[in-house]
Design a protein around this ligand. Sequence first.
Ligand SMILES: N[C@@H](CCC(=O)N[C@@H](CS)C(=O)NCC(=O)O)C(=O)O
Length: 225
Amino acid sequence: MELKLYVDRISQPSRAILIFCKANGIEFEEVKIELAKKQHHSPEFAEVNPMKQVPAIVHGDFKLFERYPADVGKRAKIHSVLDWHHTNLRRGSAAEGENLMSASLATLESFWLEGDAPFLLGNSKPSIADLALVCEIMQLEFADEEDRERILGPHKRILKWIEDTKNATAPYFDEIHSIMVPIREKLKELKMHSANIIRVVKYEGMDISTEIPPTIPRLMKIMHL
Ligand SMILES: N[C@@H](CCC(=O)N[C@@H](CS)C(=O)NCC(=O)O)C(=O)O
C-alpha cells in the first residue's frame, strides 16, 4: 500500500516531509497540490485534508495532515520543538516579520541548539524537528542577500546547523529546495524593475505575485521587496 504525500515544494513543511522520507528511504508517491493554482481548495483535496493545507499524508485509509514522527518514544520532545516552531519561528517568517524572526533565531541558537550535539534535542542525526525548522529558515532564500545576511549572518551556530542538516540529508535537501532558485531570481528581477511588484511577477506563465501562498507576499513585505 503506497504512501502518498500531498505537497507543494514551495511550502516549507512540505519540503521538510519530502526530505525526511527521501533521507529515510521511505517510498512514497508525490502528489503535487499547487497552492498557486488553488488546488488545495478542490473538493478532492478537502477529502484528504479538511484543513485545506499541505503537506498531508495518505496511507491506505489512514490520513494525516500534521507532521508527526514515527518514533513514539521521541514524539513528546519533538512535539515541544514543533510547538515552539509554530508559535515563534513560523510566525516570524510568515506573519509578524523580522523582529520576531530575529528573536526566534536568537532563542533557537541560545536554547534549542545549546550544547555540543550537532542537531536538536542532543541528537547526532537530524529528526523531523530539524527539518521543519531548517526548511522554515530556508524561506529566507526568497529575500535579498543583504537582508538574509543581516538576519541570519550573526547566527553562526544556526548557519552551521543548516549546513549539517543539508549534508546529513544530501542530496535530497538541495534537490527539494531547487524550486526556490528560479523564484528567487524572479523576485530579484522584480525588485530591480518595479516598485509595484505585486502585480507583475510571472513564474512559468502564472502570476505568482497574487496567486502564491500568503507567506510569500508577506515575506516580500518583510524583506522590503
Ligand atoms: N501545521 C501545518 C502547517 C501547514 C501549512 O501552513 N501549509 C501552508 C503551506 S506552507 C498551506 O497549505 N497554505 C495554504 C492555505 O493556508 O491556504 C504543518 O506544519 O504541516
